[in-house]
Design a protein around this ligand. Sequence first.
Ligand SMILES: Nc1ncnc2c1ncn2[C@@H]1O[C@H](COP(=O)(O)OP(=O)(O)OP(=O)(O)O)[C@@H](O)[C@H]1O
Ligand SMILES: [Mg+2]
Length: 495
Amino acid sequence: MSSVAVSFDEVVKAFGPVRVLHGVSFDLAPGHVVGLLGENGAGKSTLMKILSGYEAPTSGHVVIDGAPARFDGPRAAEARGIVMIHQEFALAEDLTIAQNVFLGHELQRGWWLDDRAMRAETARVLGLVGLDAAPDTPVRDLIVAEKQLVEIAKALQRDARVLVMDEPTATLTPGETERLFALIAQLKADGVTVVYISHKLDEIERITDDVVVMRDGRFVAREPTSALTRRQMANLMVGRELSDLYPDKDPAPRAAPLLRVRGLTVPGWARDVDFDVAPGEILGFAGLVGAGRTEMFEGLLGLRPHSVGVLELDGRPLRIRNPRDAARQGLTYLSEDRKGKGLHVRFGLAENLTLMALRRYATPWLDPSAERAALKAAVDEFGLRTGSLDIPASSLSGGNQQKLALAKVLHPDPRVVVLDEPTRGVDVGAKRDIYFLIQRLARAGKGVVVISSELVELIGICHRIVVMRAGAPQATLSADQLTEEALIAHATGIH
Ligand SMILES: Nc1ncnc2c1ncn2[C@@H]1O[C@H](COP(=O)(O)OP(=O)(O)OP(=O)(O)O)[C@@H](O)[C@H]1O
Ligand SMILES: [Mg+2]
């Protein structure tokens, strides 16, 4: 099969009165891997949804093989070989993996669904992405990374000629990421055009041939990847010279612990874990996916069954049944699963922000003007970019949803905050803002726990890092011991 030539011709998109794409024009080189860069809210996902039939342009066209195309839905785009892997998963939780892979494309034998053929084909594409799960597994039972792999497998089953990947590795392990890169190389060799959206510039550098940069709904540059350094890419995205990503570290605090945890056990995930967080301390948790970090904190917050020997905040015992309970006592948690456990995506922005601090807005009835003022303040403080304040959280761009989730957990003004993957999906400029924000929280005397799969980020901001493997801490490294090699050695156990 030959490559498909795609270009955008003056594409405009408005949602109600708000314009988010202002006439975007560029070509996708056929058979290339094209990196699409831009800040949170720049319009990357929206443009790609137009390409793949999920949204219609307000004006302008997608041009395919020289002729303007109009898709009335994703099926029409798929018929032309254009398939998108979404940033926010679009899987049906109640269906099995195989049912999701074939949703709307069910194979039939005569009058009947050909379940056996669909299961076999599903097993094949799961093999390609390296997901070791039975095709009959309900999607609801999968963890976030596994759902991402199902999304990719589903797209591969469609035999795309143009494949859009919207931040596919945000939730993957390094091993899964490597396998995905090998797949991309194979697709490219087969002549498939791949559009790869990511905020991880090292990935962009490694696997793309060209980069296209968007800013504020406009095209700003296209260059061969090899012609740009990562810093130049970042500067093109934000439209100015970026300064250092990490703040200078403050010395480690020596105060008595603010949060004391002894003998925390979350069955199946963590055994008998002890740790302390001091006021003003930034404590990191490193480890491979599956090391039990997220599940351990979900247990601590009452989201999973758990037992704990000692749990104290400022010398007082804590009894936590659920996250709201914890928030009342001064401990909040940013979930890595922002769409599931983090935000109520169908609710508005203000409702999301104030959910954990509702009492403050009840006088005794809810005071919408106070809620709205709080939202405006959060928009400024967190650099939340949105054309309108009156949209559901689901209409924010991915990175801006992350900023809202962060604003939400800081809104009750906690003593200790646990941040699970706080910079997932956010652009370089916003990452930097979050690192400086974390430092400000610590300087204000809060205890900050950061769980992250990005080792450089943990090394950049933490005073100490606990490395976990198979549900147990392997080592706690202090500032002078923090190197990627040391962290990897403890995380993998090849010490
Ligand atoms: N359905 C919608 N209703 C209103 N506004 C929307 C809708 N969908 C997207 N937007 C807005 O369009 C703008 C562009 O969003 P888009 O998701 O394309 O950004 P992005 O470049 O993909 O960002 P990110 O890197 O954060 O994923 C944002 O301001 C977003 O809030
Ligand atoms: Mg996006």
